[in-house]
Design a protein around this ligand. Structure first.
Ligand SMILES: *Cc1c(COP(=O)(O)O)cnc(C)c1O
Length: 225
């Protein structure tokens, strides 16, 4: 299968309102251009330097989404152009993104990353933490970020019931936050969940954005992350 075929097959299976982020980490410009040639415009990367390097040489109408863990000291490098940051996992990083976005005269759409998997992971909020964050007065002053929704990763397992349960949990979190903090706010609308192995379950559970790498580009040689 070619990259074009893989992409077309996924796109054909998507229902309306589900956007595809083509995860191009570790992949070459040439491979990315194949997906671009097939019409794909949203690409996801998880390393700042790699993203900056690719963005310099690839077409300017690509929407670059940052999906990896973000360190404060690197926000400035992507703030001028990044279309969405999926991986906000602290108030500190959100404030830094806000400051850097202001510096460049931008408003950056951000997703709050939740820890929904049963595996140990260093990254991602709990529901209580986000309630606290959204209630903080400092939030009122963050005018250069928009909270556009939530993001999460299910456990890496073949236990389908567990995966579905975790995706439904994220969907429920989204709905609760919408009701409590974002009623009537159309910016808060995205649920970023679903990767190559589990995106069909994610869509069943209400995903609006799937992040797919290996099913489009093939297996990664060196796993970045
Ligand atoms: C690598 C990555 C993906 C894509 O993974 P695949 O299994 O290759 O589809 C999605 N989300 C995040 C956060 C990633 O790091």
């Amino acid at each position: 299968m070619t990259i074009e075929n893989n992409l077309n097959k996924i796109c054909a299976s998507l229902s309306d309102g589900v956007k595809l982020v083509a995860v191009s980490k570790t992949k070459s410009n040439e491979e990315i251009m194949k997906a671009y040639g097939a019409g794909q415009r949203i690409f996801g990367e998880n390393k700042v330097q790699e993203l900056v390097r690719k963005r310099e040489t690839l077409p300017k109408d690509i929407d670059w989404h940052f999906i990896g863990h973000l360190q404060s000291n690197k926000v400035r490098l992507i703030a001028p152009f990044v279309a969405m940051i999926h991986s906000v996992d602290s108030l500190k990083i959100l404030k830094t993104i806000n400051d850097e976005a202001r510096h460049f005269g931008r408003v950056i759409p951000c997703l709050l990353q939740f820890h929904i998997a049963s595996e140990e992971s260093k990254f991602g909020f709990s529901y209580e933490e986000v309630v606290q964050l959204l209630s903080a007065v400092e939030m009122l002053h963050l005018e250069n970020v928009t909270i556009s929704g939530v993001m999460g990763m299910a456990t890496f397992t073949d236990d389908v019931e567990l995966i579905k349960k975790e995706f439904l949990t994220l969907h429920e979190i989204f709905q609760n936050l919408k009701a409590v903090f974002f009623q009537g706010n159309d910016n808060f609308r995205e649920i970023s969940m679903g990767m190559s192995s589990d995106y069909l379950y994610a869509i069943e559970s209400g995903s609006t954005m799937i992040r797919i790498g290996s099913t489009i580009f093939g297996e990664r040689n060196c796993v970045a992350n």
